[in-house]
Design a protein around this ligand. Structure first.
Ligand code: PGA
Length: 251
């Protein structure tokens, strides 16, 4: 059985005060989450503080991005080893905002995936199509291309312990969620593609849905066979909503 994972991507939001009350709020309601692993991905600068606030509560830490390099003259970058050093377990790579705003390619994303794994982080690899691509009927081609960049570099086995997040770009931050069936179709495509290469990897890999998942729609999305959790943006900034998504994953 794959343990559900509910990860909050805080993006570039927060202050010392607000991240403190966010973590305190999540901790206070954590008892209602019985099955899912809960993860928060704060902006880099708040990670050590959030680690301290989490203490021994059952909340894992992730970063929103990571460098593809180990160390050296890379101004502004944060190395994977630095993230493990401050307590991160996960790192998101290839989020659509990195791809579209900062021009990060499939190959660059794959190199970040590799660097994260090498340092002992679990990468959360984001894939997903733009609205025009869905309308052109090439969703599967786009997702396959994004996955292939990682498979070609690292081999399919590297995905067994990783996490994939399917995030249709048109659903991110728009309030427009994929229907459970639309999401399930792509999740099943991803798992089927991996199964054709290695069925044990396909069975093991956790595939999250992301894109306007919230307290109201989480249960029906999480009920789908191939949806193993969520990558949550907006709703992860409100403790009650984030916890409700975690609770919706209770078995
Ligand atoms: P959203 O963001 O939940 O605000 O749509 C999801 C994401 O970008 O990971």
């Amino acid at each position: 059985m794959r343990q559900p994972l509910v990860a909050g991507n805080w993006k570039m939001n927060g202050s010392l005060d607000s991240v403190t009350s966010l973590i305190e709020g999540i901790k206070a309601g954590l008892g209602s989450v019985t099955t899912a692993e809960m993860v928060v991905c704060p902006p880099y600068v708040y990670i050590p503080g959030v680690a301290g606030l989490i203490g021994d509560a059952a909340i894992s830490l992730g970063a929103q991005d990571v460098s593809d390099q180990e160390s050296g003259a890379y101004t502004g970058e944060v190395a994977p080893g630095m993230l493990t050093d401050v307590g991160c377990k996960y790192a998101i790579v290839g989020h659509s905002e990195r791809r579209s705003i900062y021009g990060e390619s499939d190959e660059f994303t794959a190199s970040k995936f590799a660097a994260a794994r090498k340092a002992g982080l679990v990468p959360i690899l984001c894939v997903g199509e733009q609205l025009e691509e869905r309308e052109q009927g090439i969703t599967e081609d786009v997702v396959a291309r994004q996955l292939d960049a990682v498979i070609n570099l690292e081999g399919v086995a590297a995905l067994a312990d990783a996490v994939i997040a399917y995030e249709p770009v048109w659903a991110i931050g728009t309030g427009k969620t994929a229907t459970p069936q639309q999401a399930q179709d792509v999740h099943a495509f991803i798992r089927g593609k991996l199964a054709a290469l290695d069925s044990s990897v396909a069975d093991k890999v956790r595939i999250l849905y992301g894109g306007s998942m919230n307290a109201g729609n989480a249960a029906e999305l999480l009920a789908m066979a191939d949806i193993d959790g969520g990558l949550i943006g907006g709703a992860s900034l409100k403790p009650a909503d984030f916890l409700a998504i975690g609770t919706a994953a209770n078995s």
